[in-house]
Design a protein around this ligand. Structure first.
Ligand code: ZN
Ligand code: ZN
Length: 415
């Protein structure tokens, strides 16, 4: 992949540019691009986003918000004034953290921090939240809008920390999105139902008996037992989960032994479980425990299984989706709304907000026509700059539509 191919094109080449030219002045577009590039160049890991938070606070302060608060350490919440005091409050959220990956995009604003990279597009999410704040400052929603810059999405801890702070207690509905290079700039996925999977972690510790490598009969071999467990775990999705239900069981780490002639005492396995509904999520966890413990016992070992629950699935409810779709249609036309197509088995901690309040999570196209699809969490990933303006405008307009509907007496949880 050449540097030219990955370099962002001029903003004016973007298909959505015409639609957004009326929303952003060229100065505002340049400022937003500069902000995104600055964030991209200075990525910070979960809960260490101190520079990022300071930059975002500074940008938001220029938009005359009602208030700006530091929340959950490196989170920032700006309150944009609505037209009607006392009207329902809605929130738009952008996550701000980066990943421990060495960047290899060749972008002129590539990461200056070795081993840390915005490989999930949160640089764009942070900037589009600021862009939404700018649009809402110019054309306010009915009620106040909280612009939420959330740390630590990648560790699945940031949303929970923000909720625990109480900063979102009065929010009636929340909206967010993720850049996605499977879709072109100007395409938006806003649909009811499953948008992201539950992402739980399992760890299996096998305690056996070590021995000389030449005398296996004196051991309770954790390596052979681990191999049997790994094979058996493959039967969970194949034989226990309903074939029409998406699910993933991945063993991703395996640690045991130090010398070729020593049977070790212990082995450790860990991996991830993905499901898009509550029952399947529970089945995966129960099955891992049952198989690991049973197989270990059959091999004369003891398995200790730890399950750490990550974000639950995101299931978009109908009414907030309707508001988001209305916003997208008014900005980009009905053709902009595209189906997700394949179930998304990645986790997303926006799900924690959705446990507490209604909302809609969207996928926002981030590839220019002719550009390659690049997976997030890889050293080559970057979102096309133009997705900034789509995300900002869609979030701001969705907040306005939702706010107006709530002011009319509609309730987000009505369906
Ligand atoms: Zn990510
Ligand atoms: Zn992400």
């Amino acid at each position: 992949m050449t540097r030219e191919r990955l370099a962002p094109r001029a903003i004016d080449d973007a298909p959505a540019a015409v639609a957004f030219a009326t929303l952003f002045t060229s100065e505002a577009r340049a400022a937003l691009s500069a902000l995104r590039r600055d964030l991209h160049q200075h990525p910070e890991l979960a809960f260490a986003e101190s520079r990022t938070a300071a930059v975002l606070e500074r940008e938001l302060a220029t938009l005359s918000p009602v208030s700006i608060a530091r929340v959950a350490g490196t989170g920032v919440v700006a309150r944009m004034r609505g037209r009607t005091p006392g009207a329902s409050v809605v929130a738009v959220r952008g996550d701000i953290d980066a990943l421990p990956i060495q960047e290899a995009t060749g972008l002129p604003f590539a990461s200056a921090n070795a081993g840390v990279m915005h490989a999930c597009g949160h640089d764009v999410h942070a900037a589009w939240a600021v862009g939404a704040a700018r649009l809402l400052a110019g054309q306010p929603a009915e009620g106040d809008v909280l612009v939420v810059l959330q740390p630590a999405e990648e560790t699945g801890k940031g949303a929970a920390a923000l909720l625990a702070s109480g900063a979102l207690d009065e929010v009636a509905a929340i909206f967010g999105g993720h850049v996605d290079r499977r879709f072109e700039v100007g395409q938006v996925v806003a649909q009811p139902g499953s948008l992201a999977a539950a992402a739980d972690v399992f760890e299996i510790e096998l305690a056996g008996r070590g021995a000389h490598g030449a005398r296996p009969h004196e051991s309770a071999d954790p390596i052979v037992c681990a191999a049997a467990i790994i094979s058996a775990l493959q039967t969970i999705v194949a034989r226990r989960v309903n074939p029409s239900t998406p699910a993933v069981v991945t063993v991703a780490t395996m640690h045991a032994g130090q010398a070729p002639n020593v049977i070790p005492e212990r082995a450790m396995l860990s991996g991830t479980l993905r499901a898009v509904d509550k029952d399947t999520r529970q089945l995966l966890g129960t099955s891992v425990r049952q198989l690991a413990e049973g197989i270990a016992a059959a091999h004369g070992l003891v398995a200790t299984v730890n399950l750490t629950l990550g974000p639950p699935p995101i299931v978009n409810p109908e009414t907030p989706v309707m508001w988001a779709r209305a916003a997208v249609e008014s900005l980009l036309g009905a053709d902009a709304l595209v189906p997700l197509g394949i179930t998304n088995m990645a986790g997303e901690d926006f799900a924690y907000y959705m446990e507490r309040m209604p909302g809609c999570f969207m996928r926002i196209g981030a590839r220019l026509p002719g550009e390659p699809v690049i997976a997030a969490h890889t050293p080559q990933f970057h979102a096309a700059e133009e997705s900034l303006f789509v995300g900002a405008a869609v979030l701001a307009e969705t907040a306005r539509v939702a706010s107006a509907a709530l002011a009319r007496g509609d309730t987000a949880a009505s369906t």
